[in-house]
Design a protein around this ligand. Sequence first.
Ligand code: F0G
Length: 458
Amino acid sequence: MTVEQAQEYLKELAGWELLDGKKIAKEFKFARYLDGIAFAQKVGALAEEEGHHPHIHVFYKKVRIEIWTHKIDGLTESDFILAAKIDDLTPRPPSRIEKGEGLGERARWPGVYAHYRAFLPAIADEHIVTLLEGNTPLVRARRLEERFNLPCELYLKLEGANPTGSFKDRGMTVAISQAKQSGARAVICASTGNTAASAAAYAARAGMRAFVIVPQGQIALGKLAGSMTYGAQVIQVQGNFDQALAIVRQIAEEYPVTLVNSVNPQRLEGQKTAAFEVCDVLKRAPDYHALPVGNAGNITAYWQGYCEYFSSKQIAKRPVMLGFQAEGAAPIVLGHPVENPQTVATAIKIGNPASWQGALQARDESGGLIATVSDAQILEAYQLLAQLEGVFCEPASAASVAGVLMLAQRKYFESDSLVVCTLTGHGLKDPDTALATASAKPITVRAELNEVLRAMGL
Ligand code: F0G
């Protein structure tokens, strides 16, 4: 490869230098002589496994590695891949948080993978990519209960409190960690926006490239802004989510890029931890769990989580699962794909969900239902959540509460039941809908006391 190409590859690595345009080298320093020797041995074992022949020079408390492809006396991509894998071997001293030193209780939350490791696929510590997602608030919605005279206790699981503002981070930490462990350098997803932002953030943290394919003009502003700022390559297709998903599935089959949509089972593994958290906080399962349904990964994952907690005897019974689709994007309720889905809740504007079967299984095994709510019902719940509970979620999230209010009106819930609604994403994701639907618009006045008082009605 040319020197320019080599320099381009080096940008993705830290501390490696180019020698004569045909080798890369790095020095690793150690606190103890024996640590250096142990590291050199690990590099040797890795090189043997990979059939590669780096030079490993051991000095006092220092190891120098030089890599090149001997056959051509120059560099190939495999040299850079080996360098990245060697970097992953370096023992990093635990941070103050990891040691739990001098920090409060809350700082001990290690992220969903470390907390629920026993229920998750095995991934080595050094590959875990986390933003300490999870441990999101479960808040009681007393004012909504009172306003609607609900016979049940209503709780809201605030998934917008995750690091990128949606529940997707739970699945993404597991999917990206797994991708890192298997040596992936790039990930791809199709998205209505939240998966894109989450994949972009976790890929950035893992030092991987992210390609996110979104339906042009149909994703909320905060999601696009996040994806772009995290450094993903955003590709907008002139079509809908379902078309974008079909394209990325094909690309992931033919090219070396890992698919991180929820068809990747690691995503659901991570997302099921939300069900664990609900049970851990309540010390039981709820009687009903309500969720918005788009691509249907989340309802599938929650049900998987509840079933696993049930079979490992953490809970004595499982909840009834309630899924809600937007009226104009309700393939599961209709029983056939929707060619041209329409709804104000762009996150769930999906006509042919990938986890369709999983959603049906969750519904049928739990004795639940999947129903539709209209855009008007969604927006009403969206306003009520903000104004009665101080919870600003995105429109799709409010579908869960809209659905529960609709069922309550039909006397669906028996008294004293416990209902949890997942609010999947933060309201700031979609400022356009917030501004367009807010009932109280700002009043503009001159910067004078009297004018402000008058505007206040005083
Ligand atoms: N709520 C929000 C805020 C979402 O972003 C999504 C899905 C859902 C609900 C539905 O979850 O697909 O598992 O049934 N968003 C995906 C995305 C499709 O690309 O961000 P689901």
